[in-house]
Design a protein around this ligand. Structure first.
Ligand SMILES: NC(=O)c1ccc[n+]([C@@H]2O[C@H](COP(=O)([O-])OP(=O)(O)OC[C@H]3O[C@@H](n4cnc5c(N)ncnc54)[C@H](OP(=O)(O)O)[C@@H]3O)[C@@H](O)[C@H]2O)c1
Length: 187
């Protein structure tokens, strides 16, 4: 059972534009020919921040076209927010805030031996990292730059650096890197 931050980024380290657009991303890869189907099959619980959740709510039609459903997750999802956000019909969602540690404990129990997926954004993944709870970073790096935007992982990881465990090319538009974070943290 692992806690994984699985995401796509621009070559210059942004997961979305400043105004939360992902239009740059969709032409770069194809979900069905990626690691996603095998990855999501092992996920038992998901967690995301408010902006990521609001993107899914705003882009329900596009999500449905890409994945076959406006809310593509059958697993329970925890959404971090300080606000009251609309609930999507049929989704298993818990709105939470504050310290990630007790929420991670709840998620572990719900995931029942499967993995926990931190969907994003970068700072939320950073909060799990800060608490020593992030095991893996799996990142698809797109062959595009944005110049500015929402950061992949706004943390300084220097000593030791992350431990790269695999590299996979996905066509001309993407490369996937997998990092073992838990070894980095000496746990
Ligand atoms: N490229 C990709 O594969 C990918 C993957 C995931 C997401 N995205 C996109 O990237 C963007 C990410 O946006 P973002 O960087 O703003 O991150 P985000 O994590 O989605 O949202 C940040 C918000 O989450 C809430 N939050 C975070 N930690 C909290 C805590 N401990 N307690 C309470 N609330 C907390 C706050 O919302 P409140 O305002 O409610 O307090 C905060 O403003 C989105 O556009 C998303 O669609 C892209």
């Amino acid at each position: 059972m692992k806690t994984q931050y699985y995401t796509a980024t621009s070559l210059d380290g942004f997961i979305a534009t400043e105004d939360d657009s992902l239009d740059w991303l969709f032409s770069l890869g194809d979900l069905t020919n990626s690691s996603y189907p095998a990855f999501i099959a092992e996920v038992g619980a998901l967690v995301m921040g408010a902006s990521t959740y609001e993107w899914i709510v705003r882009n329900a039609d596009q999500v449905a076209a890409e994945t076959g459903a406006a809310w593509p997750y059958t697993q329970p999802v925890w959404v971090f927010t300080s606000r009251k956000l609309p609930l999507i019909e049929g989704a298993i969602i818990r709105f939470v805030k504050g310290d990630v540690q007790p929420i991670h404990k709840e998620m572990r129990e719900a995931a029942a031996g499967k993995n926990i997926w931190i969907v994003g954004g970068g700072d939320l993944a950073g909060q799990f990292y800060d608490a020593g709870l992030l095991d893996e970073l799996i990142v698809q790096i797109g062959s595009a730059t944005l110049g500015r935007g929402k950061q992949l992982f706004p943390r300084r990881v220097l000593s030791p650096t992350l431990r790269l465990v695999s590299v996979r090319q996905m066509g001309a538009g993407m490369a996937e890197l997998r990092y073992d974070v838990s070894k980095t943290q000496g746990r």
